[in-house]
Write a protein that binds this ligand. Structure first.
Ligand code: GDP
Length: 202
């Protein structure tokens, strides 16, 4: 499951405007600062790729990257920006939800969760919304290289991951697949690519 080519295709502001060639796709989404661009760069091993989508204006769009000329990685707007105006936040929500519910080529949403901190309400809400709407989801835990000092009351990534899974379990019939990652060590990179390859072959 190697990536030999990755190219930015287009930014869309609605589901109807997304590429229509029918290739399977995986959407990456997560709270602002969760490490989404770092992970995207680590997956495609090309530093400039995710940066393209970080340009002002593009972060609010559905960004399609064509991989190996056969499938798409989709970078979705982050959520939970403290500084975004309320109206703008609502808007992202609206078209992202529409995309989740109506994008027929969407194979799985890869929801990024920061494993170095305790579960956040907004992440739990996002995951439970996906579960309740039966949108296929893979949990990608980020920053798993970060170690917390127990004496400061912090938990290790493994414990935060377990807590998060317990908290969302009631919204899912089965435990969603999950992968622990680090963009610093590339932990989980091959697992993500293998998982995507397996899902594409279903
Ligand atoms: P985005 O806003 O979700 O695109 O997040 P970024 O990729 O820009 O990362 C946000 C911050 O987290 C940056 O300071 C990164 O250096 C840091 N970061 C991202 N991934 C990792 C990781 O795997 N491990 C550690 N320790 N830090 C990370």
């Amino acid at each position: 499951a190697q990536i030999v080519s990755a190219e930015f295709v287009k930014s869309s502001v609605e589901t109807e405007a997304c590429p229509s060639d029918g290739s399977p796709e995986f959407a990456l989404v997560g709270r602002s600062n969760v490490g989404k661009s770092s992970l995207l760069n680590s997956i495609v091993k090309r530093k400039k790729l995710a940066l393209t989508s970080k340009k002002p204006g593009k972060t609010q769009c559905i960004n399609h990257f064509r991989i190996n000329d056969s499938w798409y990685l989709v970078d979705l707007p982050g959520y939970g920006y403290a500084s975004a105006p309320h109206e703008l936040k609502q808007d992202w929500n609206k078209f992202t939800k529409d995309y989740f519910l109506n994008r027929s080529t969407l194979v799985s949403v890869f929801l990024l969760i920061d494993a170095s901190i305790p579960a956040k309400k907004i992440d739990l809400e996002y995951a439970s919304w996906l579960g309740q709407n039966q949108v296929p989801m893979t949990l990608i835990f980020t920053k798993c290289d970060k170690r917390k000092k127990k004496k400061n009351g912090g938990k290790h990534p493994e414990e935060n991951v377990q807590d998060f899974q317990e908290l969302i379990s009631k919204y899912f019939d089965a435990v969603p697949p999950w992968i622990m990652t680090s963009s610093l060590t590339n932990q989980g990179r091959d697992e993500i690519l293998l998982h995507m390859a397996q899902l594409r072959n279903y």
